[in-house]
Design a protein around this ligand. Structure first.
Ligand code: LLP
Length: 450
């Protein structure tokens, strides 16, 4: 494996169908990547469909039916279809994600409902459509659910409890959700988790499905999951013992980290999954749990992230002698806010010269009116990088499209899936008409748009 950043692109940062031909050109899914920029314009999100499906299958092999894809990482109709075909459930955390999933035809019975502030309307829609699980996050929410079920005699929603195990996930502060100071879930330490379980179990109008925990995101440390499982299985044992209640499921959430830059070394899906399963099995025995709960998981980033890349076109190259060289591209914080939000690191390369050494260090800047709109602070690029070149940023498949904005009235990029020698436009580029559609005081006729 390549260990220096200035070497040619490490194919390990791309999907499994990525190939560099003898001329140094990169293709993915049998499609020449630079040609996509000409065909669909830039910025452009490109996904390797085989990689997406492969990653779903890797999780399915370990967890069988116990995988819910976290739609917040990346959702569109084509992705919902893949998730459905690959036999995964779907995690949605707002009515927006719920409505999209339903509009994409995803079966309600395979939806898991999340969120730390679900409204009565959101809960009602979930209960009426017969979702698989509602993950209860607060006592206020349980009040709302109890009111809804008392108004309807034939609805028995299955509830999981979002448990906060109180552990450090060793990730960015904004991405850690399992520490004691978190807006999510019920703490084990304070007894809140046990008390809410007792309340659900005593209510005959509710079904107690089990527990759920999500300790954070972009996690590389298996020990964080092991520590969480230890506390969660102890809680399962206590619920069994003191409330005489069997536990159907423990979802350990998502969070597995991915490789954004060549020096990142996260566990593979297989290593991560096997470690979870073997720790869980051992702890179930050690704690004398008898009800055979199923361990399930909810990955987002580790399915969508490495399957996607973003293409940009270089527009300007400005050299500040002795300081740095700014290479500005036609996207930025509006298609990828992660560097600005989390200090996230990425690499870049030129798909038409993917075998070039990347000996020159530059800063890849977006085109937004903010100095903080930097996609890659220290990017290794080919020495001959020039205006007009198409560059690619790997591993943008998760939390890029889904967190994109219209800042500076930028229109959001199109999404293309590549597979089997074909490129399929699955989300078209946003247009000026889309931006104007919500503005009740616009005058598109004056621009010749009507
Ligand atoms: N389940 C729950 C309840 C979650 O809150 C999340 C992510 C997941 C599953 C999926 O986690 P993953 O496998 O993708 O790590 N915008 C941030 C990530 C925020 C994650 C929020 N919750 C980023 O761009 O890094």
């Amino acid at each position: 494996m390549t260990s220096t950043k200035n070497a040619p692109l490490d194919l390990g940062l791309l999907g499994r169908t990525a190939v560099i031909d003898e001329g140094g050109r990169l293709s993915i899914g049998g499609v020449d990547i630079e040609s996509l920029a000409q065909q669909f314009g830039t910025p452009l999100y490109v996904y390797d469909e085989v990689e997406l499906r492969g990653r779903c299958a890797e999780y399915r092999t370990i967890f069988a039916g116990g995988v819910a894809y976290a739609s917040k990482a990346f959702l569109c109709g084509a992705m919902a279809r893949i998730v459905e075909e690959e036999g995964l459930d779907l995690d949605v955390s707002t009515s927006g994600e719920f409505d999209l999933a339903r509009a994409f035809g995803f079966p309600a019975a395979r939806l898991v409902i999340h969120g730390n502030n679900k409204s009565a309307a959101e809960l009602s829609a979930a209960i009426e459509s017969g979702v698989k699980h509602i993950v209860v996050d607060s006592a206020d929410e349980l009040d709302r659910i109890e009111t809804l079920v008392s108004d309807s005699s034939d609805a028995y929603p299955t509830l999981l409890i979002r448990v906060n195990p109180g552990i450090d996930a060793h990730t960015h502060e904004y991405l850690a959700t399992g520490a004691t100071d978190s807006k999510f879930g019920f703490s084990i330490e304070s007894q809140d988790a046990f008390d809410i379980a007792a309340r659900i179990i005593r209510n005959p109008a509710l079904r107690f499905g089990g527990l759920h925990a999500h300790i954070g995101s972009q996690i590389f440390a298996p020990a964080s999951y092991a520590a969480a499982l230890e506390r969660l299985v102890a809680l399962i044992a206590r619920i069994e013992r003191e409330l005489s209640q069997s536990i159907g499921e423990l979802s350990i959430g998502g969070g597995l980290g991915v490789r954004y830059v060549v020096t990142d070394n996260p566990p593979t899906i297989d290593q991560h999954g096997q470690a979870l399963v073997s720790n869980f099995d051992r702890l179930i025995k050690e704690h004398g749990v008898t009800s055979e709960p199923r361990l399930s998981t909810e990955p987002g980033r580790s399915i969508a992230g490495p399957a996607g890349l973003t293409l940009y076109t270089v527009g300007t190259i400005k050299d500040l002698p002795g300081i740095r060289t700014y290479v500005s591209v036609d996207g930025g914080i509006s298609d990828n806010p992660r560097p600005a939000l989390y200090g996230a690191e990425y690499e870049t390369f030129v798909p038409a010269r993917a075998d070039s050494d990347r000996a020159r260090v530059v800063t890849i800047a977006g085109k937004h009116c903010e100095q903080g709109d930097l996609l890659i602070r220290d990017a290794y690029v080919p020495s001959d990088l020039a205006v007009g070149d198409v560059i690619a940023v790997p591993c943008t498949g998760a939390y890029g499209h889904s967190m994109a904005s219209n800042y500076n009235a930028m229109t959001r990029p199109a999404v293309v899936f590549v597979n089997d020698g074909k490129a399929r436009l699955v989300v078209r580029r946003e247009s000026l008409e889309d931006l104007l559609a919500r503005d009740l005081c616009s005058a598109p006729d004056k621009m010749g748009l009507e």
